[in-house]
Design a protein around this ligand. Structure first.
Ligand SMILES: CC(C)(COP(=O)(O)OP(=O)(O)OC[C@H]1O[C@@H](n2cnc3c(N)ncnc32)[C@H](O)[C@@H]1OP(=O)(O)O)[C@@H](O)C(=O)NCCC(=O)NCCS
Length: 268
């Protein structure tokens, strides 16, 4: 069912990518063509009605993505377009489902000893490349388990980044489209994450902890600081999609509740 809350998230998801991408209508979909290094996806256009898309519609948007050299990728909220999973599978895509959560309760979240949590206010802050490296290394080790990838790998990978590799994010921070929070010890960044405010709704994105620093409360503390920042801005709906139920539990511990299902379809 499309509740008022899901409707607000759905409207946000139609608007927010436009700060980073150009929107192109392809049948019943909006294809977001990224102006940044990171590619986007297609999603149902505003005004989606049940039963709207066929496998042929999905095939057409994938063909356009291939033509543009983009990955074939469709994202949607299951409650908004419950039939789209079948259309995507019939078009030959692989579909995955992820918990969609909204912040509901303010809980006391401790900051681990020896850790400083801070929002990056200066877009030219020299720590930004390390923050992005931490997120990349975190996502390369999906799930919540501790691994031995740590400080040395972070430092080596940060040094290898192109000098302009943080320019897109610096501009988004400058323009107020992105807020970034980091958790650091005396040797550097261990966890980072962000939120992307649009009006009174925001999405928490890219929370990642260096694999060797997991299960110490850093992910929870960074998420809680992002939530506090959003609330200070007067934002009413703070949502995110978690990769798995295990990851969702980390967010539930800081006051998020599951409200729906986010779907992703991509080429097999
Ligand atoms: C998801 C992720 C960000 C969590 O980061 P984290 O810093 O390990 O998060 P936390 O330490 O706050 O919580 C993780 C677990 O450690 C536990 N924990 C926290 N402090 C602890 C402590 N001092 N001692 C023991 N366990 C502790 C938490 O209770 C939680 O347990 P649970 O998995 O049973 O719920 C991290 O695993 C990651 O980067 N994963 C890959 C990227 C990803 O999926 N990101 C999220 C996208 S939505």
């Amino acid at each position: 069912m499309v509740t008022e809350l899901i409707g607000r998230i759905e409207r946000y998801l139609d608007v927010a990518p436009r700060a980073r991408a150009d929107a192109e209508a392809v049948g019943p979909f909006t294809l977001f063509r990224s102006r940044m290094a990171h590619p986007f996806f297609a999603r149902p256009s505003a005004g989606w009605a049940p039963g709207y898309a066929t496998a042929a519609d999905v095939g057409a948007v994938c063909e356009r993505q291939r033509e543009l050299g983009l990955p074939e990728n469709v994202e949607w909220i299951k409650e908004v377009a419950p039939e789209l999973g079948t259309a995507c599978k019939d078009a030959g895509l692989r579909v995955s489902e992820h918990p969609l959560l909204v912040h509901h309760d303010a809980l006391a979240v401790p900051v681990p000893d020896g850790i400083r949590i801070r929002r990056i206010d200066d877009p030219d802050d020299p720590v930004l490349p390390a923050a992005q490296t931490v997120a990349r290394l975190a996502y390369a080790s999906a799930g919540t388990a501790v691994h031995d990838i740590g400080r040395n790998e972070r430092n080596a990978a940060t040094e290898q980044r192109a000098p302009d590799a943080s320019d897109d994010l610096r501009q988004l921070i400058r323009d107020g489209h992105s807020v970034v929070v980091v958790a650091e010890d005396e040797h550097g960044v261990l966890c980072s994450g962000g939120h992307n405010p649009v009006g009174d709704v925001t999405e928490i994105v890219g929370v990642g902890t260096l694999p060797s620093a997991r299960q110490r409360g850093l992910g929870a503390a960074v998420t809680d600081t992002l939530v506090a920042d959003a609330i200070r801005r007067g934002i009413e709906v703070i949502f995110l999609s978690a990769d798995t139920d295990d990851v969702a539990r980390v967010y539930e511990r800081v006051g998020f509740r599951r409200v729906g299902t986010a779907c992703v379809a991509s080429a097999v």
